[in-house]
Design a protein around this ligand. Structure first.
Ligand code: FES
Length: 107
């Protein structure tokens, strides 16, 4: 299922917003003309990654400082060791659509 999260230009650039819909809690990040979406719950102790600070493509968990890549969901630093899910974003005429099915990783 795809949901609109509004116009790309209405999202804060270089920061995250939390999207809660249909039982999902997803962190959406805008970086200029692009947007990325990962699970909002940190895989370590469930802090909100949308509230973390963004450093290029990595968001720092506000609770214990693990960094997650907002494209792959992989943690780059401890204490988190497990990835968070990633979600597909589609941009249509400047509007951001989020696919609520997480992207399956090929092992
Ligand atoms: S809750 Fe995110 S690193 Fe601990």
């Amino acid at each position: 299922m795809k949901v609109s999260v509004g116009k790309l230009t209405d999202l804060p650039d270089g920061r995250g917003v939390r999207v809660e819909t249909a039982g999902h809690r997803i962190a959406v990040f805008r970086l200029g003309d692009a947007a990325y979406a990962i699970g909002d719950r940190c895989s370590h102790a469930e802090a909100s990654l949308a509230e973390g600070e963004l450093f290029d493509m990595d968001v720092e968990c506000p609770r214990h400082g693990s960094e997650f890549n907002i494209s792959t969901g992989q943690p780059n630093s401890f204490p988190a060791t497990q990835p968070v899910p990633t979600y597909e974003i589609e941009l249509v005429d400047g509007e951001v659509f989020l696919d609520l099915e997480p992207v399956e990783e090929d092992e």
